[in-house]
Design a protein around this ligand. Structure first.
Ligand SMILES: Cc1cc2nc3c(=O)[nH]c(=O)nc-3n(C[C@H](O)[C@H](O)[C@H](O)COP(=O)(O)O)c2cc1C
Length: 353
């Protein structure tokens, strides 16, 4: 594929910025917000091919997206080529995403034990069979997301990536850690550079981009075609604006003030209600994001305790307004500076991938 074609398919502009697929995080309400802050491309949470084929209602609901989210990729996982092909075809037929991404990176036991996600990385024949089956079943491009390998002893990102390219992947994202590393250590950007060097298809770099400056460093060190951000976007969708400024050589935009941050939280809450329709359910799903947005604020711990109990938009609104009022009176600071580390966000809803 020519670079121009890649850019037109995947978001246009120089070095498209991707919101990473993230179970429990890159849901439609957050994807819309990230698009507004400059993410050029978004990817859904991973969705099980079996769930899609079974017609599982909740799975199909996860797949919904808003037109404002385009360009969007739907990510699927599974270990049976024919089932993956069927799932991809159904998703394309019903939702018309811009591309279908295959997850070869998920390290979670439940997925890996059935050979899904990074489990496939131990069997490159299977990886290729899955890509061929999916690419042959759909018209939109098939892309893949891989880790650097299964373990330190089986660390072979270039080999995996070449096999993916050969099987028909039109773009590849490398999260440059092995499965056994989970999130430990640091992502090897050298490996991203090696894969960029070896492949003809566009390579999207992923791992440890926490600031706009990191995005620029990743681009300079690896020559990657695109940059994908996951954890750096938590409670900070404006990271995409910062990354774009850094890549363009512009000064870093001023970080949002607390009232601006709160306005984003309310926008996120409204997006969530529009998507879920059931306000209580929307607020339950939003709680972890509310926790992230308030990390590091003075008096943040007490604020989060209030926010973790919300069931309606009106409650979020009044808690945030109350906080700003207390800040205005000086009460918050009097209560002691917060916890920059923050209270752990309830993560029962998160699958760590
Ligand atoms: C909560 C969470 C959920 C994730 N879910 C997925 C997923 O569904 N599919 C996937 O390919 N990667 C998933 N990942 C991995 C990220 O896409 C990304 O590869 C990884 O976090 C490294 O990028 P980062 O350093 O920018 O966080 C997830 C990561 C997190 C933190």
């Amino acid at each position: 594929m020519m670079p121009e074609e890649f850019l037109s398919v995947f978001g246009g502009g120089d070095t498209p910025l991707y919101l990473a697929p993230q179970a429990g995080v890159s849901e439609s309400p957050f994807r819309r917000l990230c698009r507004r802050f400059g993410a050029d491309v978004v990817v859904s949470e991973f969705v099980s091919a079996e769930g899609i084929r079974r017609g599982d209602r909740r799975t199909w609901e996860y797949l919904r997206f808003d037109v404002a989210e385009h360009p969007i990729g739907v990510q699927i996982f599974g270990a049976v080529p024919a089932a993956m092909a069927e799932a991809a075809r159904l998703v394309e037929e019903v939702y018309r995403p811009d591309f279908v991404d295959i997850n070869f990176g998920c390290p979670v036991k439940k997925v890996v034990s059935r050979n899904g996600g990074s489990g496939c990385l131990r069997d490159l024949e299977l990886v290729q069979a899955i890509i061929r089956a999916v690419a042959g079943a759909i018209e939109v491009p098939t892309t893949v997301k891989i880790r650097s390998g299964w373990s330190d002893a089986l660390r072979n990102p270039v080999e995996i990536a070449l096999r993916c390219q050969e099987a028909g992947a039109r773009a590849l994202t490398l999260h440059a850690r092995t499965r056994t590393q989970m999130y430990g250590g640091s992502a090897s950007w050298d490996e991203i550079a090696q894969v960029v060097e070896a492949l003809e298809i566009p390579v999207v770099g992923n791992g440890d981009v926490w600031t706009g400056a990191d995005a620029l460093r990743m681009k300079e060190q690896t020559g990657c075609a695109g940059i994908m951000i996951a954890r750096g976007s938590h409670g900070a969708p404006w990271i995409f604006r910062e990354a774009r400024a850094a890549l363009d050589g512009r000064p870093a935009p001023t970080p949002p003030t607390v009232p601006e941050r709160f306005a984003v939280m309310l926008e996120h809450a409204r997006n969530a209600i529009a998507f879920e329709r059931d306000e209580t359910r929307a607020m339950l799903e939003l709680r972890k994001h509310l926790g992230w947005y308030t990390k590091g604020l003075p008096g943040g711990k007490a604020l989060r305790q209030e926010l973790f109990a919300v069931r309606s938009l009106a409650q979020v609104d009044s808690i945030l307004a109350g906080y700003l009022e207390r800040v205005g009176r000086g009460d918050v600071l009097a209560a002691g500076a917060d916890d920059v580390a923050g209270t752990p966000v309830p993560d029962a809803a998160l699958v760590v991938v």
